[in-house]
Design a binder for this molecule. Structure first.
Ligand SMILES: Cc1cc2nc3c(=O)[nH]c(=O)nc-3n(C[C@H](O)[C@H](O)[C@H](O)COP(=O)(O)OP(=O)(O)OC[C@H]3O[C@@H](n4cnc5c(N)ncnc54)[C@H](O)[C@@H]3O)c2cc1C
Length: 507
């Protein structure tokens, strides 16, 4: 099948197949011979032989090439153009299964290696450095951070710059950006659609978590001109989850990255447009069309709007938290964090299932983990199977514990004080304290409850079940007051909204 859609090519031993900085590369299925994949310093990462294939997540995201591949023996191979491959993934389920899971695993493996991808050069104490590091993490971009306090080359690089130009970002291939916005970095890497100054669509979806992606798949597949706008990275909270165990149809569980990568591929298959990173900043209700203003000045006029901006993790109410965030305090535990925390003392704060999942993941990576929570008994807030897992992996649990202060220097934590005065020597903290809705930007435009969640249906004085106080503006998923905070319900609500949008547009 690949032979039908690709081109058969040969390469001599030593020939370069693709190179760091190239704009694109084809998917390569090896028929005969062998190829090595190398990092920027020429270090070999992996070799693939006959029946193997070369390709990574960037074949789907559009990101420019950040690895080099060289034939190590004479090769005969099938080269399939990136766009053609995307089409094949829509049509062939077995191929899509194999490639998507390999791409996700390869990306996770690459994220654990130093010296691959984007280099962020900036000091530890700078909020702008932390913003870019956080964004790179959320994008799951392989990246390295060079701190001028520790790295001479980094110090020399920054010395020549104006402070307003720091941090410096070096892209694979050598191009440099000075204090780029998240959008500038994405687009320099070839990721994401660039929106026009003014767009007009049938359905505008704000937020690309499960609810937004669900609506995009159903909206586009049912013929609505659909645009999904996301302020950071597609996938939402679900995309940051290590493993979603209870999503229907995946009895062995599925990683959040894989579930959301599949959903993104599916939404694009039906020609939903997705644009990142664009933050919605204001909504102005109208008769025929509602107007949404995005960060950077773009405007979208839409006949129907779905609010699926979800919720954001709560922060600890302690002094100087921001100095530690992204360096030794985190809100998600993935492969880079597991690697960072091996053989370290780590605190995981929170009594819910996501705290337990992170604690187990970090403990399996070799960290000495203590789980701290406020209540008297974990069983009040956590599933029993996870309480058993905590025990199995040697996670210490401290009931009735709250953190009152953090201690450390330059963002590096060396201990915390609890509200009873006890000090614990912890080098890293992971916070899972629940979430607040991302709705402040709505101002008075839409009725919300006391906690800021968007009211729908009767409570909002609306006719439709998922309609807000403004006709033609809907809410789905975690952002909606009274919703069940789960992936399946978010997807279901997103899909349901599409039905209401059709009814409105046909009326
Ligand atoms: C670590 C973790 C583990 C979890 N595990 C499970 C599990 O095992 N099973 C399960 O069912 N659920 C799980 N959940 C819960 C589940 O992920 C959420 O219920 C689900 O993601 C909610 O989907 P959503 O689309 O409503 O919102 P979100 O997933 O919160 O997505 C909202 C999106 O909107 C974007 N956004 C916010 N503001 C704006 C703006 N102004 N403009 C544009 N975009 C904006 C955000 O960046 C985000 O991407 C887990 C959550 C976490 C954090």
């Amino acid at each position: 099948m690949l032979a039908r859609h690709g081109e058969e090519r040969t390469a001599a031993a030593g020939e370069t197949l693709f190179e760091i900085g190239d704009e694109t590369y084809p998917f390569i299925a090896i028929v005969e011979g062998e190829a090595a994949v190398l990092d920027g310093a020429g270090q070999e990462i992996v070799r693939h032989g006959a029946s193997g294939f070369l390709g990574e997540m960037n074949l789907l995201s559009g990101q420019t090439v950040f690895l080099t591949a060289v034939a190590t023996a004479p090769m005969r191979y099938l080269a399939v153009d990136r766009e053609v491959l995307r089409g094949l993934l829509f049509e062939d389920g077995a191929l899509a299964d194999l490639l998507l899971s390999a791409f996700v695993e390869r990306r996770e493996a690459l994220q654990q290696r130093q010296g691959i991808g984007v280099e962020i050069v900036g000091p530890r104490g700078s909020a702008e450095t932390r913003r870019l590091l956080d964004f790179a993490k959320r994008m799951k971009l392989p990246h390295s951070w060079l701190d001028p306090g520790e790295d001479r080359e980094a110090a020399a690089l920054l010395k020549a710059l104006d402070p307003a130009e720091v941090p410096l970002v070096r892209l694979p291939g050598g191009a440099e950006l000075r204090r780029p916005s998240n959008g500038e970095l994405s687009r320099a890497l070839g990721i994401g659609l660039e929106l026009g100054q003014r767009e007009e669509v049938d359905l505008l979806i704000l937020g690309g978590g499960p609810a937004g992606l669900g609506a995009a798949v159903y909206g586009a597949s049912e013929g609505l001109d659909t645009l999904l706008v996301e302020s950071t990275v597609l996938g939402g909270q679900a995309g940051s989850s290590r493993r979603i165990e209870n999503y229907l149809g995946f009895p062995a569980g599925i990683s959040g990255t894989e579930l959301t990568s599949r959903a993104i591929t599916q939404a694009r298959k039906f020609r939903a447009r997705t644009a990142t990173p664009y933050r919605a900043e204001a909504l102005q209700p109208g008769e025929e069309r509602h107007l949404v203003r995005l960060e950077g000045g773009n405007e979208v006029a839409a006949r129907a709007v779905l609010l699926s901006t979800g919720a954001e993790y709560r922060r600890l109410p302690v002094a100087d938290l921001d100095r530690y965030e992204g360096i030794s305090v985190f809100y998600a535990a993935g492969p880079p964090e597991a690697q960072l925390c091996g053989a370290q003392r780590v605190g995981v704060v929170g009594g819910g299932n996501s705290a337990a999942q992170a604690a187990v993941w970090l403990a399996r990576g070799g960290a000495l983990v203590t789980l701290l929570h406020r209540r008297a008994d974990l069983a009040e807030t956590m599933s029993q199977y996870l309480i058993d897992e905590l025990q199995r992996y040697g996670v210490a649990v401290r009931d009735r514990s709250e953190i009152a202060a953090l201690h450390g220097e330059d963002g590096e934590l060396d201990g915390v004080t609890l509200s009873d005065g006890e000090r614990l020597p912890l080098s890293f903290l992971f916070l899972f304290l629940g979430a607040s809705p991302c709705t402040e930007w709505l101002g008075e435009a839409i009725a919300r409850d006391a906690k800021g969640f968007v009211l729908t249906g009767e409570e909002a004085g609306a006719e439709g079940l998922l309609e807000t106080s403004v006709p033609g503006v809907y809410a789905a998923g975690d952002v909606r007051a009274g919703s069940i905070k789960r992936c399946a319900t978010a997807v279901g609500e997103g899909a349901t909204v599409v039905r209401f949008v059709h009814e409105r547009l046909s009326a």
